[in-house]
Design a protein around this ligand. Structure first.
Ligand SMILES: Nc1ncnc2c1ncn2[C@@H]1O[C@H](COP(=O)(O)OP(=O)(O)OP(=O)(O)O)[C@@H](O)[C@H]1O
Ligand SMILES: [Mg+2]
Length: 299
């Protein structure tokens, strides 16, 4: 029986690469033959838009699903007995989970993955009475048995949605930039996390911190002069943070550099022929993640 690794990608700071990481990691994991579910818990639903465009070429299918209330919103708005399953839906696949078909890109096949699509109007359906429904959906739909990896893209706030996402997670992954506000942001995040971890009796572990969109550099260390002081401050802080969040907080070796052209195009690195190194970095990062999770590679 499978036991999915459920990973929330979070940071209260906006624009640090949560969506970028969620999409790229999910695609690479699917590529490796794992069964992957992406949950878009951010009402901005950028992950949903990105993945629908990547797999189907447009967001038409998503609009169709949304019209039929087949998004994450249905999980919070339907009865607790049948969370995420609409009136007309009777079979197991006809609910808030949508599965993309494999696609042919040049001579390579990109394996499909599944998604619980995000929804702009999600925010109005969350309150104390509905907050357990994502957990109930995971349970009734046996999600951790059906998937190898579940990746949750969280919103850039510490609200009910982030908290609910963490409730169903075993791990969290923190993308961050190396600048002044991002560094301060991690210390605030750490305070919030420590409370949540305690509420979950320690069953929530830090998978690691990924440095995103760093300045390019020719230095052997791979870290530009401008980013170095923030790296030092942050890593100096990880020891205290580890004790606060009751698990080891460590940066990944793999870092992602800033490429101007990416800022205005798709966040899926695989599609950027001009920067093949970005996709290589995602693969290295997945290797590191596998080692930390002690997952055996698919053969
Ligand atoms: N390597 C890169 N170089 C430059 N820009 C990048 C790179 N990777 C991603 N970006 C861009 O950075 C922006 C923010 O990324 P992303 O949307 O993943 O962040 P986020 O943390 O999910 O944001 P939000 O907090 O709004 O959800 C996007 O416009 C994206 O295209
Ligand atoms: Mg995002």
């Amino acid at each position: 029986m499978k036991q999915a690794k459920v990973i929330s990608v979070l940071n209260m700071k906006g624009g640090v690469g949560k969506t970028t990481l969620s999409c790229n990691l999910a695609i690479e994991l699917a590529d490796r033959g794992y069964k992957v579910l992406v949950v878009d818990s951010d009402p901005q639903f950028n992950t949903t838009q990105t993945l629908f465009k990547y797999y189907t070429g447009s967001v038409d299918k998503y609009n169709d699903l949304r019209e039929h209330n087949l998004t994450i919103k249905s999980i919070f708005s339907s009865s607790h007995r049948n969370p995420g399953i609409t009136q007309e839906a009777t079979n197991q696949d006809c609910n808030a989970i949508y599965t993309f078909e494999d696609i042919q890109k040049d001579d390579l096949i990109q394996k499909g993955l599944s998604i619980i699509p995000g929804d702009l109007s999600l925010i109005v359906d969350i309150n104390a009475a509905t907050s357990d429904r994502l957990k109930a959906f995971f349970f009734t739909q046996k999600l951790t048995e059906r998937f190898d990896f579940i990746i949750i893209d969280c919103p850039p706030t510490w609200g009910e949605l982030t908290s609910i996402s963490l409730t169903v997670s075993g791990y969290y992954l923190i993308p961050t930039k190396l600048d002044e506000f991002s560094t301060i942001g991690i210390t605030i995040l750490s305070e919030q996390l420590s409370e949540k971890v305690a509420a979950m009796e320690g069953k929530l572990k830090c998978l690691g911190v990924v440095y995103m969109m760093l300045n390019g550099t020719k230095s052997v260390s791979g870290i530009a002069l401008k980013n170095r002081p923030f790296k030092e401050t942050l890593e100096g802080y990880f020891k205290k943070m580890s004790s606060d969040v009751n698990s080891s907080v460590k940066q990944f070796q793999t870092v992602i550099y800033n490429k101007q052209a990416i800022a205005t195009s798709s966040v899926i690195y695989k599609t950027h022929d001009k920067y093949p190194e970005l996709w290589e970095r995602i693969k290295e990062l997945v290797n590191e993640i596998m080692t930390r999770l002690q997952v055996e590679e698919k053969v």
